[in-house]
Design a protein around this ligand. Structure first.
Ligand code: BTN
Length: 274
């Protein structure tokens, strides 16, 4: 469990972001509802690309599909980065994919452990989720006006810091490596690994980031169960990633592109990322 004060955390973050030109402005909150909510509000009001909002604690952290994201004080890296990439809306997934790849590299760098990506963008070690991403967009015609990249990275939690229903399915960097990991160092690594992928998106239409993403996604080429909700679903072989982030699943009736579903390996091997 990290014990540094809010002021010390803010000071360290300020030094870290000074090394990363991608970040143009930093706001640190001891307490906020959700950095994504604040990021969306600021982005709609015209905030510059590179505005970074970091919270020591969120009281209404949001995950995908309207789920709650547990964001207790002192133990996690909870942030939102406002970006204004020159991309078509249907290529915006590349930003989130670049962030997922950066998180995988960060986990390897700080813990020596290999993480994997679960489509679309969860970062897991074995079956334990260490980070999640929530990107929210505003468009201008068919182009991205602003994208708020929300990152939740579990850094210092011990098992007792997770609510009982998450204890089996969540992990933290400190648990993986066996000692405390500094949240500001984690942010430093994230920005270092994310920036080149982000910058490459415009030049190559996301091809480089997509192939990196595929390298870290253990479901590729494996049999998966696709749960579409309300009892609907099917099984097939995960075959790749479309340019807009859809998962391509080969079925007996031909390939299908999945844009919203719960996708799991049909037969996870023990200890494997699902
Ligand atoms: C998920 O896995 O469902 C996505 C979780 C995203 C959580 C982060 S924490 C910072 C930012 N603010 C939020 O309210 N959510 C994102």
């Amino acid at each position: 469990m990290t014990t540094e004060s809010g002021a010390a955390y803010a000071g360290t973050l300020r030094r870290v972001v000074g090394r990363h030109p991608l970040v143009t402005r930093l706001q640190v909150f001891e307490d906020i509802g959700s950095t994504n909510d604040e990021g969306l509000r600021l982005a709609r009001a015209g905030a510059a690309s590179g505005t970074l909002l970091v919270a020591d604690r969120q009281t209404a952290g949001r995950g995908r599909h309207g789920r709650r994201w547990e964001s207790p004080q002192g133990v996690g890296l909870w942030f939102s980065l406002i970006l204004r990439p020159e991309l078509m809306l249907n290529r915006a997934f590349g930003v989130t994919a670049a962030a997922a790849v950066a998180l995988v590299r960060l986990v390897a760098d700080l813990t020596g452990v290999a993480a994997g990506i679960r489509w679309p963008n969860d970062v897991l070690v074995g079956s334990g989720k260490v980070a999640g991403l929530l990107s929210e967009l505003g468009g201008r015609g068919e182009r991205v006006d602003h994208l708020v990249l929300g990152v939740g990275l579990n850094v210092g939690q011990t098992p007792g810091d997770f609510p009982p229903d998450l204890r089996e399915s969540a992990t933290s960097l400190s648990l993986l490596v066996g000692h405390n990991v500094d949240r500001a160092v984690a942010l430093d690594r994230f920005l270092e690994f994310f920036a080149p992928g982000y910058v490459s998106l415009v030049a190559d239409d996301g091809a480089g980031v997509r192939s990196e993403w595929l390298r870290h996604a253990p479901i590729v080429d494996r049999l998966v169960n696709v749960d579409l909700g309300e009892g609907a679903g099917f099984q097939g072989r995960a075959a790749g990633l479309a340019a807009d982030g859809a998962l391509i699943v080969d079925t007996e009736f031909g390939p299908r592109e999945i844009r919203a579903a719960d996708v799991r390996l049909l037969r996870p091997l023990s200890g494997e990322t699902r």
